[in-house]
Design a protein around this ligand. Structure first.
Ligand SMILES: Nc1ncnc2c1ncn2[C@@H]1O[C@H](COP(=O)(O)OP(=O)(O)OP(=O)(O)O)[C@@H](O)[C@H]1O
Ligand SMILES: [Mg+2]
Length: 338
C-alpha cells in the first residue's frame, strides 16, 4: 500500500544542512497498522510527513496504492492527497469553528453538496461519539474529544490511509487507550491502512501489527510487533522495551540473590495459546527438575497473549539441559541468562 524507496531528507543547504532521513526503505501492507517508534529527533515526523509529501524528500520515491507520488504534478498530487488522512499531536483544529464545521471543512472544500455534507458529518460524529458536542468549539473540549474531532475530519474524505503523528502524546493514559481503541475500530471497520509514529512502546504494543524502529534517520530494526517486542535485537529497541516493562531492578536483585547457588537462570517466552498451557509444570515433572520463579509477566500484544517467565532451574546439569530441550521442542522460546 505504501512503499518508501531510498528515502532521504536533508534540511537546509551547505554547512547548515541536517540529514533527517537517510536511505529509508519501508513497505506498509494494505489494512495493517504500522508503527514507527523512535526518540525525539530520530526523524519520525519527517518520515510521516514525507508519505503525503507535506515534506518533499531530497531523494528517493514515495509510492501509495501503486502510484508514485514523488513523480506527480501539483494537481494530481492534491487529488491523491485527499485519500490520505492525517491527525496530529496538537490536533490542529480551527479554533473559531464548531466541531461540526471542523469536520465539514474538507468536504466544503471539495465542493460536496450541502445535504451530503450534513449526512456525512452526522455519520462521522456518531462514529467518534461526539453527537452531543457538535455545536461546541475546540476550547470547550477535552484533549481526547479534540482528537476525536481530528479523526472525524481526517476520515471525512474516505481516505485509504491514515497517518498519525504522535496522535496520543498529548493525552493521559486512559484517554490514550480510548483513542487507540477508536483507531483499531476504524482500521477494522473500513480496512483502513494506518501508519502511526510514537515514542511509546505501549502504543505499538496495543494496536500495531508491525513496527519499525527509527534512530538517527535510519530504520534499525523492523518486523512483527510480537517478534520485535519479545526478541529485540538493536540496543535502541531494547531500551524502549525496558522502559515499558520496567523490570530490570527487581530482576537484577533476584539474580544476585541466587548467584552463588547452583542452577541456571532462564527466560522462557510463551506466545499465543501456549501462554495458558501447563507445558512448564508437565515438563519439570517429567525431567525431575525444580525451579524458582524470579520474575513473570502475562500481557498481550494487540490481541495475542504472551507470557515471559524468568526461572532458575535447580537440579543436575543433564536434567536441566533436558528440560530446556524439551521446552524448546514444545515451541517455547528459551534463553539462558545466567
Ligand atoms: N524544518 C526543519 N528544518 C531543519 N531541520 C529540521 C526541520 N525539521 C526537522 N529538522 C531536524 O531533522 C531531524 C528529525 O526531526 P523530526 O522532527 O523528524 O524528528 P522526530 O523524530 O519527529 O522528533 P520528535 O519526537 O521530537 O517530534 C532533527 O534533527 C530536527 O532537528
Ligand atoms: Mg515529531
Amino acid at each position: 500500500m505504501i512503499e518508501l524507496k531510498n528515502l532521504t531528507k536533508v534540511y537546509g543547504k551547505g554547512a547548515k544542512s541536517a540529514t533527517a532521513l537517510s536511505r529509508v526503505n519501508l513497505s506498509v501492507n494494505k489494512g495493517e497498522i504500522f508503527g514507527v517508534i523512535g526518540h525525539s529527533g530520530a526523524g519520525k515526523s519527517t518520515l510521516i510527513r514525507c508519505i503525503n509529501l507535506l515534506e518533499r524528500p531530497t531523494d528517493g520515491e514515495v509510492w501509495v496504492d501503486g502510484v508514485e507520488l514523488t513523480a506527480l504534478r501539483q494537481g494530481p498530487l492534491q487529488q491523491r492527497r485527499r485519500k490520505i488522512g492525517m491527525i496530529y499531536q496538537h490536533f490542529n483544529l480551527l479554533s473559531s469553528a464548531t466541531v461540526y464545521d471542523n469536520i465539514a471543512f474538507p468536504l466544503r472544500l471539495s465542493g460536496m453538496p450541502r445535504k451530503e455534507i450534513d449526512a456525512k458529518v452526522k455519520e462521522l460524529l456518531t462514529l467518534v461519539g461526539l453527537e452531543e458536542h457538535r455545536s461546541k468549539y475546540p476550547a470547550q473540549l477535552s484533549g481526547g474529544q479534540k482528537q476525536r474531532v481530528g479523526i472525524a475530519r481526517a476520515l471525512a474524505s474516505d481516505p485509504d490511509v491514515l497517518l498519525c503523528d504522535e496522535a496520543t502524546s498529548a493525552l493521559d493514559p486512559q484517554t490514550t487507550d480510548s483513542i487507540l481503541r477508536l483507531l483499531l475500530d476504524i482500521n477494522r471497520k473500513f480496512h483502513l491502512t494506518i501508519v502511526l509514529i510514537t515514542h511509546e512502546m505501549h502504543v505499538i504494543q496495543s494496536i500495531c501489527d508491525r513496527v519499525a524502529v527509527i534512530h538517527g534517520g535510519g530504520i534499525v530494526e523492523q518486523g512483527k510487533v510480537a517478534e520485535v517486542f519479545l526478541k529485540p535485537k538493536h540496543e535502541v529497541t531494547k531500551e524502549f522495551i525496558r522502559t515499558e516493562t520496567q523490570n530490570e531492578g527487581p530482576l537484577q536483585a533476584a539474580l544476585e540473590a541466587v548467584d552463588r547457588k547452583p542452577g541456571k537462570a532462564v527466560k522462557i517466552t510463551f506466545l499465543g495459546q501456549k501462554t495458558y498451557e501447563s507445558t512448564l509444570s508437565a515438563t519439570v515433572r517429567a525431567t525431575g527438575v525444580d525451579f524458582a520463579i524470579l520474575q513473570g509477566t502475562i500481557s498481550t500484544i494487540k490481541d495475542v497473549p504472551y507470557g515471559q517467565l524468568i526461572v532458575r532451574f535447580e537440579g543436575n546439569e543433564e536434567a536441566v539441559a533436558a528440560t530446556l530441550a524439551k521446552l524448546a521442542g514444545q515451541g517455547l522460546d528459551v534463553e539462558v541468562i545466567g
